[in-house]
Design a binder for this molecule. Structure first.
Ligand code: SF4
Length: 63
C-alpha cells in the first residue's frame, strides 16, 4: 500500500497523525506529511482509518 497527502487540501487538523504517528506527522508548516510512503503491513488498517477520517479527503491510498 502506498499513501500520500494532498497538502493543498490538508487543513492540519492532526487527525491522521493522532491515528497513526508512525506514518503521518504534522510538519513545521502545520500540515500533514508522510514519513514513509510505502506503508508496512502492520500499519495498513490505521492508514485506511486515517484516510477515512480526514475531513477534507486529503489522504490518498493506493494498493
Ligand atoms: S487528517 Fe487530513 S486534514 Fe487532518 S492533518 Fe491529516 S491530512 Fe490534514
Amino acid at each position: 500500500m502506498k499513501v500520500k497527502v494532498n497538502r493543498d487540501s490538508c487543513i492540519g487538523c492532526g487527525a491522521c497523525a493522532a491515528i497513526c504517528d508512525q506514518v503521518f506527522e504534522i510538519d513545521d508548516e502545520g500540515l500533514s506529511t508522510v514519513k514513509n510512503a510505502e506503508v508496512e503491513e502492520s500499519h495498513k488498517q490505521e492508514v485506511q482509518d486515517a484516510a477515512d477520517s480526514c475531513p477534507t479527503g486529503a489522504i490518498e491510498v493506493e494498493e
